[in-house]
Structure formats: structure tokens, C-alpha cells
Design a protein around this ligand. Structure first.
Ligand code: PGA
Length: 254
């Protein structure tokens, strides 16, 4: 089963609207030779219009970093899926560990957001991953299974066409500590097996599972060589077009 690799940048709360076009154009230029890889920049919502304009006619897809599950209403500070689509976004990150850690995101709200995003036609990049404390307490399997089972409750096999899962061990995010390829592969296999119980093995085989956590040009190839690692969700290294393109090149060579 060959799954098209997907490399997505997660800009987090970096890059201003006025800086967006230069980075998107830089990414497009540096990755245009790698048509076999799906290339995505997920930007702060306020950058999305500039990112979409800069990406027009290129290989780069644009996404956001969060969305609300209601279409409209009294939800001050939130952004709906319809707003993202209207601005030209095609992807949205859901349940990033920073949102879980700092903004009260739970598996239940991940589920609401993911289902709303998919129903609206966005591709949802749903993040799961354990903290160091959970890993050391032997709770890795329990945590991942819970995040998957609750976070993806009532997601159907048909919905999976618009689903990407990102495995991001919290201890590897922005720390320079990467999971070893074997450690990552072990969890990716667990994620696929858990997904298979939810939507069937055939569908689970088709869903891309990204690794995220200090992925960079120097370690991307060995991670992406693993059977169940189908791409990357890239934080720090997505802020420089050359670094990001180095990871896309590694994915293209797989
Ligand atoms: P990092 O972030 O690549 O800077 O570790 C990854 C992420 O949080 O998505």
C-alpha cells in the first residue's frame, strides 16, 4: 500500500501577515521539484488569506492551526470551518498538544473539532501523543488509545479520506529530542491498529500518519523510511524555507 507522503508546517504563533507571502513563496520555490509529496503550510488564522494568495498556482496547500465546531455564533475569539474555507484553507490542525496543554483542549473537543472540519470538507490533521511523564509511567498505549478512541469517535471510514493523524510525543516538541525511528514506528503501528478497530483495516491502511517533534532535514530520512511513518508535522524547521524543503526532499526520496 503506498501512501503519498505529506509534509506539513505548523507555524504556531510565529510569522506575521506581512511576512507570510515570502515564506510561502520560498517554500513553493524550494519544493516545486517534489510533486510526489503533499506540501502544506498551516499558519495562524490571520495569515491564511496572505498564505493562500502566495500559494496560488503552486504545489503548496494552506491550512490553519485550529477551528471551532460551530458554524457561527457567540464564540468570541473562535474561527469556524466555513471561515477557513472561505479564506481558501484546505487543512486544519486539530488537538495539538499545545492546545491541550495551554487552552483546555480535551479529547472530547478534539472530536467535535475533527468531525466539524471533516464534515466541512477540510482535511483534519489530528494530533495525538504522550507526555514524558505518561511514557515513563508505562501509560503510552493507554494514552494513545484513549486519544484515538475518544478523539475519533463517530469518524467513519468515508471520513478518513479527509483525515491525517500526527503522532507528536510531547517530550520531542521543540526540545531538539526526537523519538528514534523505532520508537516512532512502534507508536505509528499502534495508531494504525487502533484506527483499524474504529474504521476497519482496509481504511486504516490508507490513512497517513505523520511524525512530529523536532523533525529536521538531518533526521527526516530515517524517520520517513519507517513503514508507518507517512510524513511530518514540522514546527521549528517550517519557519525557514530551506529547512522545510530539506524535509520535503527526504520525503520525496522515499
Ligand atoms: P517542532 O514542533 O518541530 O518544533 O518540534 C512540531 C509541532 O509541534 O508540530
Amino acid at each position: 500500500m503506498s501512501r503519498r507522503k505529506i509534509i506539513a508546517g505548523n507555524w504556531k504563533m510565529n510569522i506575521k501577515p506581512s511576512e507570510t507571502a515570502a515564506l510561502v513563496k520560498g517554500v513553493a520555490e524550494a519544493t516545486k521539484g517534489f510533486a510526489n509529496v503533499e506540501v502544506v503550510c498551516c499558519t495562524p488564522a490571520i495569515d491564511v488569506p496572505a498564505a493562500v494568495a502566495a500559494a496560488a498556482g503552486t504545489n503548496v496547500g494552506i491550512g490553519a492551526e485550529n477551528c471551532h465546531w460551530k458554524e457561527s455564533g457567540a464564540y468570541t475569539g473562535e474561527i469556524s470551518t466555513g471561515m477557513l474555507l472561505d479564506a481558501g484553507a484546505k487543512y486544519v490542525i486539530i488537538g495539538h498538544s499545545e492546545r491541550r496543554q495551554y487552552f483546555g483542549e480535551t479529547d472530547e473537543t478534539v472530536n467535535l473539532r475533527a468531525r466539524a472540519a471533516i464534515a466541512a470538507g477540510l482535511t483534519a490533521i489530528v494530533c495525538v501523543g504522550e507526555t514524558l511523564e505518561e511514557r515513563e509511567a508505562g501509560k503510552l498505549v493507554e494514552v494513545i488509545e484513549r486519544q484515538m478512541n475518544v478523539g475519533l469517535k463517530d469518524v467513519t471510514a468515508a471520513d478518513c479520506e479527509k483525515l491525517v493523524i500526527a503522532y507528536e510525543p510531547v517530550w520531542a516538541i521543540g526540545t531538539g529530542k526526537t523519538a528514534t525511528p523505532d520508537q516512532a514506528q512502534e507508536v505509528h503501528a499502534l495508531i494504525r491498529a487502533t484506527l483499524a478497530k474504529l474504521v476497519g483495516a482496509e481504511t486504516a491502511e490508507k490513512v497517513r500518519i505523520q511524525y512530529g517533534g523536532s523533525m529536521k532535514p538531518g533526521n527526516a530520512a530515517e524517520l520517513l523510511a519507517k513503514k508507518d511513518i507517512d510524513g511530518g508535522l514540522i514546527g521549528g524547521a517550517a519557519l525557514k524555507a530551506a529547512d522545510f524543503a530539506g524535509i520535503v526532499a527526504a520525503a520525496a526520496a522515499e
